[in-house]
Design a binder for this molecule. Sequence first.
Ligand code: FEO
Length: 393
Amino acid sequence: MKLLQKMKDGVYMLPAVHWERRLFDSLIPLPDGTSYNAYLVKGSEKTALIDTADPMKAETLMEQLQGVEKLDYIVANHAEQDHSGCIPLVLQKYPDAKVLATPKAKPMLMDLLLVPEEKIVTVEDGETLSLGDKTLRFIHAPWVHWPETMFTYLEEDKILFTCDFLGSHLATSEMYATDECRVYEAAKRYYSEIMMPFRPSIQKNLDKIKDLAIEIIAPSHGPAYNKPQFIIDAYHSWVYDEPGNIAVIPFVSMHGSVKKMVEHLEAALVERGVIVKPFDLTVTDLGQLAMALVDAATAVIGTPAVLAGAHPAAVYAAYIANAVRPKTKFVSIIGSYSWGSKAIDQLSGLITNLKAEVIPPVFIKGFPKDEDFKALEKLADTIAQKHRENNLK
Ligand code: FEO
């Protein structure tokens, strides 16, 4: 079946929809599957393919290209395998085609995909390429989310091809984002897992495209946007807005002590007007946790002591939270031990990327008692007060 969808005269989306994929990078949950979108731009003289597909979907891409007799260029906006992985296969079919990429992408394409050096032509920031009646402009956009990333702008049709940037892991048969609620959630999940660590670069790149006339944003994951302001506004909010009056509590409990502490803290925070998002790490989709961290002002990690350290599930969550670098302003730790624990030191050492103020932890021996509940209420007091002082909504 050929899934080649016309966007405009001479411009086609070639989506390889991966409905059943449930894990990306052996790490990221994909509850809604994903897609790898290539785009075909046919000018009056030359034809370019923008991005390819993950090699797992090579057959789909090559079927879509069956009716394309000549290809002059393959634009590699990003060297990662889910977009450039089929370049060698496409080059086999079109041996005269040239691969266009940033100078930083060139060695990556050679190292990762064994693309021969002589096949690659580097393009500078702002450089244009005429396809006849259509013109591609290359816009270097580093660090969204690798150092070599770029966008391609089709001037006549005002389409911006952004690869990962502004995309979503969402399998859909629709070319455009029509169900904005669903796409918003998928795009936020994608942002939180992939893009959030690079907020300063996102700011620069949003700024770089702010004066471009854009009718369509065409990412290489998920649907395209024919109302591009929707996703631009969403990114602005995720990147620039102050975090909300929200406390995220990722926790794990073994015999119920930590769970009791979390429940007490939750109730105390709610009583003080703070929105609470607890995540039992034994059943948590890490994407949900990452999404919650986009907006939360406070994160409180709950853990029991295991072999004198934090529970491995709490260690993993702390590592992930540290890696995605959310805007979190305040952090704390709560937990319980039986005979000894260095969990606080261990977890504190894992979250050094978070430029957050540390609120004194509540780490107790055994099941919580009256004085422990009071300590948790004091922690809730402090969190609520910090949120008020920072005027968090
Ligand atoms: Fe979708 Fe960074 O690859």
